[in-house]
Write a protein that binds this ligand. Structure first.
Ligand code: NAP
Ligand code: MG
Length: 477
């Protein structure tokens, strides 16, 4: 990293009980722009005492927020959404700087989709069965308590809103730790919440490292729910750390999702869209379709089309409107991604587009890469690469396509392409994953999102996402 530039993003404080203050240890971290390697801002680096203060504030605030009538909570949260919308351009600019996301993607997906998710939470609040009668019982859904929310760097705004949107609608209160790499957008969320009059202590922001701040949150005895998005390894550790207090743990983890192109699919749509799905956000997307499965007979044609699509994509300066792929998030991430490709090639795989050569100087760029001649046990087929890399594998028939898709310890997402919607749906029903898109269908911000297997155990978004932060009480009459 070069030395700090003058910036408008020099944040050094944490938000506790409705007030900004320096962390007890005074820690500050620099935030790097992965497209240039320069420092674009700072963030507080909090410690365990700060977590104690934030959890205490969230506990105090819970007494009021949890019993505030839903309509009143929604009124405050709508004000929050309005103030986020008013910060749209600043949010886009911040995401471009901290993630390296191209400006068009930052606008449409990082910010646009994130605000759609919050809007959907507000719309779906009434769909929750807050009270129902089951025989001789009244069953109530009540706020679960203090939620510790820990999020990753790949879609920072979206990941945070996917959690705290549900928590706040539910009446739970929040202690949030964003990823150290991308904390700046979380500050903007907190600014907007304060401006909207969210009561003190309902949302507390304690940026810092996972090891220190994250673990202090997860092990804190006064936290009721831990909601985590990130890698499977950290998710396992968090589950173990949370177990002694029997905290509820909601995990949104990695993926190795397959896009299945059936023989009757429209290749003109299916192949470019599958490649784009794999490369989205430079492949740093938990739901990326990183495995493309096609009938054996179509492999040569699909490889040609996939290589053409990858080669066509503009990799470059995220601040240009026509850029499709920015850098990956860090030098470490770049080394991880190219390491996967190097080992695959050493094991006999063939690269038909992209590869390990850096396509552009300055930041952590990786060329969109298409790899084939890989077996079902190849590392690059089994492990999450989290970069712009897709593997292409052939299958004999539909049964084998489903078997290959399901031959993964993950189970987050998937795609099915077919000229026959009924056939595509039948295949989707056989996939062991939490989401499947048929023929390039659009993202639905109100539909449950989450994983089977090692992709996690919770669901976010819409009614399901609110329910993660609710308890259930039966009263017999
Ligand atoms: P990560 O290393 O697991 O980190 C995620 C978050 O957890 C960060 O805020 C991190 O803090 C924190 N953390 C790290 N170690 C911790 C610990 N011991 N205790 C508590 N918190 C800890 O993941 P990442 O590298 O940031 O993100 C990439 C991964 O996230 C990929 O595997 C991806 O598939 C997954 N992901 C899943 C979804 C989904 O919805 N299923 C969505 C996006 C990403 P630091 O600030 O120190 O890093
Ligand atoms: Mg990490």
């Amino acid at each position: 990293m070069t030395s700090a530039l003058v910036t408008l993003r020099d944040r050094t404080e944490i938000l506790v009980d409705g007030a900004w203050r320096r962390p007890v240890g005074g820690g500050v971290t620099e935030v790097e722009d992965p497209a240039t390697g320069t420092v674009v801002g700072t963030s507080a680096d909090a410690g365990p005492e700060d977590v104690d203060a934030a959890v205490a504030a969230a506990r105090r605030a819970f007494a009021g927020w949890s019993v505030t009538p839903l309509e009143q909570r929604l009124h405050v949260l709508r004000g929050w959404l309005d103030r986020l919308e008013a910060r749209h351009d600043l949010l886009v600019d911040t995401i471009v700087s901290e993630v390296g996301a191209p400006v068009a993607l930052a606008r449409d997906a990082h910010v646009g989709m994130a605000l759609d998710v919050l809007r959907a939470y507000l719309d779906e609040a009434r769909a929750v069965h807050w009270q129902e009668r089951i025989g001789s019982s009244l069953v109530f859904r009540e706020a679960a308590g203090v939620a510790a929310c820990i999020t990753p760097w790949n879609w920072p705004l979206y990941q945070v809103l996917a959690k705290i949107g549900g928590a706040l609608v539910a009446g739970s209160t929040v202690v949030l730790k964003p990823a150290e790499l991308t904390p700046l957008s979380a500050y903007l969320l907190a600014d907007a919440a304060l401006e909207a009059g969210l009561p003190d202590g309902v949302l507390n922001l304690v940026p810092g490292s996972g090891r220190v701040v994250g673990e202090a949150m997860v092990t804190h005895p006064d936290v009721d729910v831990v909601s985590f998005t990130g890698s499977t390894g950290v998710g396992v550790r968090i589950s173990q750390l949370a177990a002694p207090d029997v905290k509820r743990v909601c995990l949104e983890l990695g993926g190795k999702s397959a896009s299945i192109v059936l023989p009757d699919a429209d290749l003109d749509r299916a192949v470019p869209a599958s490649v784009q799905g794999a490369m989205l956000n430079s492949g740093q997307t938990c739901s990326a379709w990183s495995r493309l499965l096609v009938p054996h007979s179509l492999v040569p044609e699909v490889l040609e089309r996939a290589a053409a699509e990858a080669g066509r994509m503009t990799v470059g300066d995220p601040r240009r409107d026509d850029t499709e792929l920015g850098p990956v998030a860090s030098a470490t991430q770049r080394a991880t991604v190219t390491g996967f490709v190097e080992r695959a090639v050493a094991a006999g795989a063939r690269v038909v587009a992209g590869g390990v050569d850096q396509p552009r100087d300055g930041g952590y760029f990786v060329a969109p890469t298409v790899v084939t001649d890989v077996g079902r046990d190849a590392e690059i087929v089994r492990e999450e690469v989290f970069g712009p890399v897709v593997t292409v594998q052939g299958y004999i028939d539909e049964v084998e396509a489903v078997a290959l898709a399901n031959d993964s310890s993950y189970g987050l997402h998937g795609a099915v392409w077919s000229g026959d919607q009924e056939r595509a749906l039948a295949v989707a029903r056989r996939l062991r994953t939490g989401q499947v898109d048929l023929n390039g269908a659009a993202f639905n911000p109100a539909a449950p999102f989450g994983g089977y297997g090692r992709s996690g155990n919770g669901r976010e978004l819409g009614r399901y996402g609110i329910e993660e932060f609710l308890e259930t009480k039966s009263v017999q009459l």
